[in-house]
Design a protein. Sequence first.
Length: 385
Amino acid sequence: MSGLMNLHGLTAEQRMMRESVLGICAKHAPWDAIRRMDEAREFPHAAYDALAEAGYLGLFYPEEYGGMAGSHTDLAVLLETLGYYYTGIAQGVTTSMIYAGMHVVKFAPDALKAEIVPQVAAGKVKLALAMSEPGTGSDVAGIRTTARRDGDDYVINGNKVWITCAHVADYLVVICRTDPSAPRHHGMSPILVPTNAPGLRIRPLQMLGRRTTHANEIFLEDVRVPVGNLIGQEGGAWKNIMTCLGVERLALAAISAGHCFKITEYARDYAKQRIQFGQPISDYQVIQHKLVDMHIMAETARQAVYRVAALLDAGEAAVEETSMAKIIATENNFKCADMGLQILGGAGYSMEYDMQMFFRDSRVGPIGGGSNEIQRNVLAKRMGL
């Protein structure tokens, strides 16, 4: 069956990248393997490594660190394509390259940057961002994990939770409170922590969806890290986090937009083959209209993504647009999955078909990466409310 996503507006190089990425994923993560990995909660290592070998994990990094110096639009194409193929591999790439990686590539000391970033681009090192805590999910400024200076080390104590891909990470970018007496939005610092450091323990969590790139809980008990692993100025985490948010939200929206198209195509193809009352259910206008609405939601999500990418490429902060794109794309993603499941009926509710996985995988979008309630708070504030 033909794909629904048109490629209008993409350069020849971006179209070639899309075809290359789809080919790599199909070869190293065929769909029967994805179903097996989902059930086993197994990270898609083969596809991840193949994407790294092809250079895609360094797409958004400077050339001096082994990257391609790609644009925000290039990044949107990559992540939309990965989201279209399988959200698990998209999330695995984004977690290391963007969520955690952008803190290192933007703010780490030169020596640390030169050591870590080329290895991330080459797929030899995976990163994860450890920010949320049991009592401070959306309230980042309320974190309680502490990093106390002791000679040439920081000694870290605390508890993190909902940390995506920590179970396969080599390093964590841990947001710590280096000055417990500072006001809420001050005194926090990102520190690069090896996951094999004594006193650090990672507990995998059983999540509803995105099982191959699941979340984890992290315990840090007197974990010692060299002072040279401080990312940026001590106490400057809040500014760093705000700087990285635009790219993070673009990434989340791009993955969800791609997934919308995958779900819509899957439901359309099923409807053309499913016979009821002597004809395919795709012949019934009620099904046609559901599929058209899903297609509209997919395209609307996609347009929001590329609008944000263009603004970021032009040097704009695009604070409102990134929040809107995140809301539109992730909520449309789940709506598409919900409608797709309804079109499949009993088959959609069955574990024998892929729609149940699409449904489960889509639901985290409005929750993760700054919940959509938080995004609406941002927009309300920008409106003067």
